[in-house]
Design a binder for this molecule. Structure first.
Ligand SMILES: [Zn+2]
Length: 99
């Protein structure tokens, strides 16, 4: 499938495209149903924590990386989003339109 998420901001789409181009969704390590660890691209061995939270009644993926802490869309949360999409659909994401 090719993802075309129309409701996402351009920044979020770019984070998704970045995660996808790195193949980061294949590196997602589930901890439990609401927590994942995702490796840093720049610092080998470093893992960031991504948690599924709720914000304004909607699901929100919060990441422990510097961008995530600054409330910016990051590739780690995007990777978990791609991973969950694949889990929920049973499909493989083969492309993300950068928008
Ligand atoms: Zn992050």
């Amino acid at each position: 499938m090719t993802l075309v998420p129309p409701s996402l901001e351009a920044r979020q789409r770019r984070a998704l495209a970045r995660a996808f181009s790195w193949g980061l969704q294949a590196e997602v390590r589930p901890v439990d149903r609401r927590h994942w660890r995702v490796p840093s691209i720049r610092e080998p061995g470093l893992l960031y924590d991504v948690a599924l939270t709720t914000r304004d009644g909607r699901e929100h993926l919060a990441c422990s990386c510097p961008a995530g802490v600054a409330d910016m869309p990051c590739a780690h949360a995007a990777a978990v989003w791609l991973w969950r999409t694949e889990q929920m659909t049973g499909g493989s994401v083969i492309g993300v339109r950068p928008g």
